[in-house]
Design a protein around this ligand. Structure first.
Ligand code: ADP
Length: 730
């Protein structure tokens, strides 16, 4: 190769190298520029990051300070809380779910006399152990083991019931323990010593007050008892005086003495009953009784006052309801007498209706009986309705003031109904009338519903005559129930036109226009011999009427179903031709022997006079010892026995007599005569072997009733038998 070529080649090489160099330089400077830009950007980022770091640092500082402050606050709050917990006088402790103490305030610990073992970490069971071992707790009649067991069991409950423990020093602590979510327990021991002591004081104050009230009631009861004895003489003698020949003026005086005496006795009885209820001494004496008859007895009692005002007394006794129940008949009668008595007292015209309903449950042997007494009287203003059940409360207004009364009747009745597990209520409209009602659950006295006696043959259609619709409806329902055909008439005039095909006429006495007896006369005048039964609210008056001879019987109205059915029976012979046979005359019988033990001379006199019409052989014993002697020597058929007598009282005498009978055999009826026995007394009376008791003041019909009841078969009846109409006429 030539030099020139070599040079040219070299130059070209150099040029190429120079171009490469330039290129690389350009690339380098571009890279440099990029690097410069990157460095500048990096520098910016560094500045930013630094600023952020500075920010974070400040933030961190701030948070740190705030946290510090918060911690401080928490510490203060905790300190305060603990301080508060420490200052409260009640014990306070926490336990964890393992039943170990976390903390307790000093009141809690003080109970343990700051024993070393009672500190955070101690188990609850150890605490109980320490309490009993150290004698800190008074476990009463429980043994320490039993007490600990009881407390542990309680502690393990999810929510233990509060319990009161007694400490050795008679301090009372009520423990209230609450279980939290995690199983922790907060235990609070409240010192309730003062409350317990206060309660004790209250209890003893109450016991004292009750004792005082009982003493007051007992005093009242004794006083009433004492007053009754002389009242017996007053009322009894007045009653006897009535039977002697008196001038009209004297009769008036005697009636006044008798009525005032009886009114006083009612008040005494009310006060006595009320004090007995208050002293919780009143007990019920359940026995089988006839509720319907009980209602009719009360009606009989009220009939005279009702008659004076021309008030109608009606009874609507549910046809499907039994009449025999087990209850305290005396108390049921008392409630009825009060409610029905009030109804008559506060009603000037219209009627008083006793409605008895209920549904017997034969399987359970029970019936809830509803008795409602409706009247058409003065009514009670709405704002006084609740007031009248309070003691001594009456509706105080112009109209009411004219009626006498103590205001105790309703209060007593309500308490008696409560005692029978019943309820009492009243609805009333001022000026229109009232309805007092009560319902009582009674045990049924018979396992079957009552069956009526068979209806006499030939008695198919009856004519019922009464101007009062309610009466007609009640009778119609009762008669239809026994399968009788019933025609009803609202007046005697209508009745005369309906006699065809009638087997028996049942007519009311007092009716406008033609009355029941006039109807009887008219029936006979028409030539009809149909038997007639007259229902009257004044049987004495009816019996004295010449028209009475036309009627077969005069019955007191309203009359119980059973009586109605019995009288239908007695119509039987009139429907059939008489068989003409005469009863053979009875053999001669001896005189009944009666012994009366009574120490009080006045009462002996009253008794003697009361039985003066009875053909009996009467002997008196002045005390129990004499009574026992006469029981052996006189061999009486029955004994009337006073209870409080000198030497030996009536109960003791009865016990002696029953003992003698054990060897001699027999059982003589003994009837006690008591001055309204306190409850419990009658238990004692019956326990001593006495069969019955009569309450003073004695009444002639009661005494005579007992003579008839206990007359033995071989003795002549002590009192003459009366004819049907005479008996009704009293
Ligand atoms: P008393 O009849 O002795 O006053 P009660 O306790 O029996 O006492 O009755 C309280 C009061 O309730 C009566 O005084 C009377 O104001 C009112 N009262 C009771 N029954 C009736 C009634 N059937 N109609 C109107 N008021 C009555």
């Amino acid at each position: 190769m030539s030099l020139a070529n070599k040079l040219a080649l070299e130059r070209r090489g150099r040029l190429a190298a120079e171009r490469l160099l330039e290129l690389k330089e350009a690339e380098l400077s571009a890279a440099n520029r990029k690097l410069g830009r990157h460095a500048a950007a990096l520098q910016g980022e560094i500045v930013e990051t630094r600023a952020e770091v500075a920010n974070v640092k400040t933030e961190n500082e701030r948070v740190k300070t705030e946290l510090g402050q918060a911690n401080q606050k928490v510490e203060i709050a905790e300190r305060r809380l603990w301080h508060s917990v420490q200052t409260i006088t009640d014990g306070f402790a926490f336990f964890n779910s393992d039943n170990r103490m976390i903390a307790a305030n000093s009141s809690y610990l003080t109970v343990f006399d700051n024993l070393e073992v009672i500190r955070p970490g101690v188990h609850y069971v150890t605490i109980l152990q320490v309490l009993t071992d150290e004698g800190i707790v008074n476990t009463g009649n429980l043994t320490p083991e039993a007490w600990r067991e009881l407390m542990t069991e309680r502690w393990m409950q999810p929510q233990p019931e509060p319990i009161t423990v007694r400490l050795w020093n008679d301090q009372y602590i009520k423990l209230v323990d609450r279980r939290g979510h995690g199983g922790d327990i907060v235990s609070l021991g409240l010192n309730i010593t003062e409350a317990v002591q206060y309660e004790k004081q209250l209890k003893s104050a109450r016991a004292e007050a009750e004792a005082a009230s009982r003493a007051k009631s007992a005093f009242l009861a004794n006083m009433s008892h004492e007053i009754r004895t002389p009242m017996n003489g007053v009322v009894g003698m007045a009653e006897l005086l009535c039977d002697t020949g008196l001038s009209e003026e004297q009769q008036l005086y005697v009636d006044t003495i008798k009525n005032s005496g009886e009114a006083l006795l009612v008040i005494i009885n009310d006060v006595l009953d009320y004090s007995k209820i208050e002293a919780q001494k009143l007990q019920l004496h359940p026995e089988p009784f006839d509720l319907e008859r009980c209602i009719h007895d009360v009606i009989m009692l009220l009939q005279p006052s009702a008659r004076e005002k021309n008030l109608n007394l009606l009874v609507d006794y549910d046809l499907f309801l039994p009449t025999i129940y087990v209850g305290d008949p005396g108390r049921v009668r008392q409630v009825l007498t009060n409610l029905m008595g009030n109804a008559v007292k506060f009603t000037a015209e219209g009627h008083v209706l006793v409605r008895v309903t209920g549904v017997p449950d034969l399987e359970q042997g029970q019936a809830v009986v509803n008795i409602a007494i409706e009247d058409t009287g003065i009514g009670i203003p709405e704002d006084k309705i609740n007031h009248i059940f309070g003691e001594f409360n009456q509706v105080e207004n112009e109209r009411n003031r004219q009626f006498d009364g103590t205001g105790l009747g309703l209060a007593i009745s309500k308490r008696l109904v409560d005692l029978m597990s019943g309820e009492m209520w009243v609805t009333s409209e001022d000026g229109v009338g009232s309805c007092f009602g009560f319902k009582v659950p009674f045990e049924l006295g018979a396992t079957e519903l009552p069956a009526h006696p068979p209806v006499p043959e030939g008695l198919r259609r009856m004519l019922v005559v009464d101007d009062i619709e309610a009466n007609r409806t009640i009778l119609q329902r009762q008669l239809e129930q026994i399968g009788m055909g019933v025609v009803t008439c609202a007046s005697a005039k209508d009745a005369l036109a309906r006699l065809d095909q009638i087997d028996l006429v049942l007519t009311d006495h007092n009716m406008p226009g033609m009355d029941g007896l006039e109807l009887a006369e008219a029936i006979r005048a028409s030539g009809s011999e149909v038997p007639i039964i007259l229902l009257s609210s004044n049987t004495t008056y009816a019996a004295s009427d010449p028209g009475a001879k036309h009627v077969h019987a005069i019955l007191q109205k309203p009359l119980p179903r059973a009586d109605l059915f019995t009288h239908l029976q007695s119509v039987g012979p009139l429907l059939r031709p008489p068989d003409g046979t005469l009863e053979s005359s009875a053999p001669e019988r001896r005189t009944m022997r009666v012994l009366a033990a009574e120490d009080n001379k006045t009462n002996q006199l009253v008794f003697r006079k009361m039985v003066k019409d009875a053909s009996i052989d009467l002997k008196f014993a002045g005390n129990g010892v004499e009574a026992v002697e006469l029981f052996q020597s006189f061999e009486p058929d029955m004994i009337f026995m006073d209870i409080s007598m000198p030497k030996m009282d009536g109960k003791e005498a009865a016990t002696k007599i029953r003992e003698l009978e054990k060897t001699a055999g027999g059982h003589i009826p003994i009837v006690a005569l008591t001055a309204h026995a306190m409850d419990g007394d009658d238990q004692g009376i019956l326990a001593s072997g006495i069969d019955h008791y009569l309450t003073k003041p004695l009444r002639k019909p009661e005494i005579c009733g007992k003579l008839i009841e206990f007359c033995p078969e071989d003795a002549a009846p002590p009192l003459p038998e009366k004819s049907e109409v005479e008996r009704q006429a009293g």
